[in-house]
Design a protein around this ligand. Structure first.
Ligand code: BTN
Length: 286
């Protein structure tokens, strides 16, 4: 087990300046200089009984990970690496289709993940816009992009016991500073400082991110998923009318995006049919 350290002064200053204090999500904010992955630390804490809203922040990750088994490049000080523990109330998020009085089924657990992922995308896009005035967009399902370059990513992981979702770990990484990205992502990644051409206050971005996450989590808990979908659609112009491609069982499929449905699946029109994509990797097609 690694032990947390006192919060850095700039983070304390930014959090207290907003008046929300150092427990923005209602649970303790734990800071580490380096961890394997903040999602792993948060999962260990959650398994040991950590409260809803407990948040893990690290300066660097040795084994930061992204969706679909990818690596999340996490050198010291170059980004915000954060994971939050959310414990859905039981019965959780009562507007999830099929959610019965006994708690969440496996299908419901997937729905909770999808909803939290979409809510987090909205929360972070709004937070970055508010903290920096940079007009970031969302690329389905949950990448924050500027001119098609990736600025931030979200990885939701969880634990269910029987049919009850015990907790969901919402991990997010936001690129703050220009850094030497690995060659395979160098022309697809960007950072706040690269976009803005000026230094960025990480405490301010973190404060906005956690405050916004708290607000959208409260909406989700209140069953206001429609609000999340509406805002998500506003923030994701590329989810309608963009040419995309992905790899299907028999090769590359190309189509045009046609919005997301009420469950957060991306609709793509290929001419002869409509695909509803629930997970996976979509690329821009030229
Ligand atoms: C993606 O876009 O593929 C998701 C990237 C998620 C990265 C964050 S950084 C903090 C947290 N810890 C991890 O190991 N991953 C997430």
């Amino acid at each position: 087990m690694v032990y947390s350290r006192p919060l850095p002064a700039d983070v304390v200053e930014a959090l207290t300046a907003t008046g929300i204090g150092v427990q923005p999500l209602g649970g303790p904010l734990r800071y580490f200089s380096e961890v394997s992955s903040t999602n792993d630390v948060a999962a260990d804490l959650a398994a040991a009984g950590a409260a809803d809203g407990t948040t893990v922040l690290a300066d660097a990750q040795r084994a930061g990970r992204g969706r679909l088994g990818r690596t999340w490049f996490s050198p010291p000080g170059a980004g915000l690496y954060v994971s939050c523990i959310f414990r859905p109330p039981s019965p959780s998020l009562t507007s999830v289709p099929g959610l019965g009085p006994d708690g969440a089924s496996a299908a419901d657990a997937t729905a909770i993940h999808t909803r939290l992922t979409l809510a987090t995308g909205v929360a972070l896009a709004d937070a970055v816009r508010a903290a920096t005035a940079l007009p970031v967009d969302i690329k389905w399902p949950n990448d924050l992009v500027v001119d098609r370059r990736k600025l931030a990513g979200i990885l939701c992981e969880g634990s269910a016991v029987g049919s009850t979702v015990e907790y969901v770990i919402v991990g997010f990484g936001i690129n703050l500073r220009s850094t030497a990205y690995p060659r395979e992502i160098a022309n697809r990644a960007t950072s706040l400082e690269a976009e803005l051409g000026r230094p960025v206050d990480r405490g301010l971005v973190l404060t906005h991110a956690l405050t916004s996450l708290r607000d959208w989590w409260m909406r989700l808990r209140a069953g206001r998923f429609d609000d999340i979908l509406r805002r998500w659609r506003e923030l994701s112009p590329s989810s309608r009318g963009a040419r995309v491609e992905w790899t299907g069982p028999s090769g590359t499929i190309r189509g045009v995006t046609d919005g997301i449905d009420a469950n957060g699946a991306l609709r793509v029109l290929t001419g002869d049919r409509t695909f509803q994509i629930v997970s996976g990797n979509i690329s821009w097609a030229s």
